[in-house]
Ligand binder design. Structure first.
Ligand SMILES: Cc1ncc(COP(=O)(O)O)c(C=O)c1O
Length: 391
């Protein structure tokens, strides 16, 4: 959970003192507009649009890209449920893809799931771990598919030196309470494409074009209200200054914690697609039972036990249930999409054997030392049990 403090309070006080809570009130000088500008420069994209959640950022990105009825969207079987719900919100259907040991979408399984109806791939940078973007972009270009990066759990992360969210055709961030930077709730859509940006703005706020008198050639279409208030922008503007220091701390702590698992063949750090940029650690066990026991250690957790991040808990998706039967996107799909648990055993197997290990983003150094001692003891206990010696 990120730090929030005096800088956020100062910005909020300013907004309240001015009484200008609408994000457009001060135009380009508003906190929200300045946050978008700074975030665009940090990530290296032309456009950033702040919206009121990561879920709505995904939906806005899909609407902006023209995804709709009859389209299939590839999403990993391990992600927050919102990734799979977003295609349904625009009339398309999600097709699940297995993850690999890196905890991210498996490029080989992407290839297997592509059909003539596939429109987009949504790689999800889960748990501050980046996807195999080179492989994914190559597949997308070969099959002429869009890539919408779900970087909700990976704001600011680098993949081979580039910041994620700016690599695909569009990217999305979440700023909810658990993310790298937060305003309690919030999200963003990122793109280098001027037209997608115009369409995203149009979709996220039916009033945006009236208020801003922004020139556009794009014919006006119906959208939703996913607009943020200037209170959100004020907090995010302050939070952005905390992002790189946070990632630096996590990166510096990574080797010290990863080394605890060195020389232990039955549990090892999960493979990483950009190890030189790693800011999060998870550990793959040979034995799911050992992962279960280790997952009970303070600062660790087994991934199969993380509720709606695991596709087996996405009831509405699996049952193809919509708020209104005639609005159910599956009736517009060109084929029957199946969500059989047996097709995603690879994902369940990896999740049942993997534990995340906290790098203590907000722990002071002495607490981190204690945390490492706790982890070391847990690893030693497991090794002793393996060797048949008393724990
Ligand atoms: C991978 C992923 N995608 C999308 C979302 C949705 O973000 P929000 O909670 O801001 O709607 C989340 C949030 O937890 C997420 O982790």
């Amino acid at each position: 959970m990120p730090a929030v403090g005096i800088r956020e309070l100062a910005n909020l006080s300013m907004v309240i003192a001015r009484g200008e809570l609408l994000r457009y009130a001060r135009g380009k000088d508003g906190y929200t507009a300045r946050f978008e500008d700074r975030l665009a420069r940090l990530i290296g994209v032309r456009h950033v649009l702040t919206v009121n959640s990561g879920s709505n950022a995904l939906i806005t990105a899909m609407a902006a890209a023209g995804i709709g009825p009859g389209d299939e969207v590839l999403v990993p079987a391990y992600t927050w449920v919102a990734t799979a719900l977003a295609p349904l919100a625009v009339g398309a259907v999600p097709v699940l893809v297995n993850i690999d040991a890196s905890l991210t979408i498996d490029p080989q399984d992407i290839e297997r799931q592509i059909t003539p109806f596939t429109k987009a791939i949504v790689p999800v940078h889960m748990q501050n771990v980046v996807c195999d973007m080179d492989a994914i972009m190559a597949i997308a270009r070969r099959h002429k598919l869009l890539v919408i990066e779900d970087a909700c759990q990976a704001v600011g992360l680098r993949y081979k030196g580039r910041r994620v969210g700016g690599i695909g055709d569009l990217g999305v961030f979440s700023f909810n309470h658990h993310k790298n930077i937060t305003a309690g709730e919030g999200g963003a859509v990122l793109t280098n494409d001027d037209r997608y940006f115009e369409r995203a703005r149009m979709f996220h706020d039916p009033g945006a074009f009236i208020r801003q008198h922004a020139p556009t050639d794009e014919p006006l279409f119906s959208g939703l209200n996913c607009r943020v208030s200037e209170l959100t922008g004020a907090v995010l503007h302050a939070q952005l200054g905390r992002l790189d220091p946070l990632l630096k701390t996590l990166h510096a702590r990574y080797p010290g914690v990863a080394d605890l698992f060195a020389g232990r063949p039955h549990c090892r750090p999960s493979p990483h697609h950009s190890p030189e940029d790693a800011v999060a650690l998870s550990v793959l066990f040979d034995d799911p039972e050992e992962a279960r026991i280790f997952g009970q250690t303070r600062g660790a957790g087994r991934l199969i036990d993380t509720g709606r991040h695991v596709f087996t808990n996405w009831e509405a998706v699996l049952c193809k249930r919509s708020f209104h039967e005639r609005m159910n996107p599956h009736q517009w799909a060109h084929r029957d999409i199946t969500y059989r648990v047996e097709d995603y055993q690879a994902t369940l197997d990896i999740l049942s054997r993997t534990c995340r290990v906290s790098l203590g983003a907000q722990y002071p150094a002495p607490v981190m030392l204690l945390q490492k001692r706790t982890l070391r003891a847990a690893i030693a206990r497991l090794s002793a049990q393996r060797d048949g010696a008393p724990a």
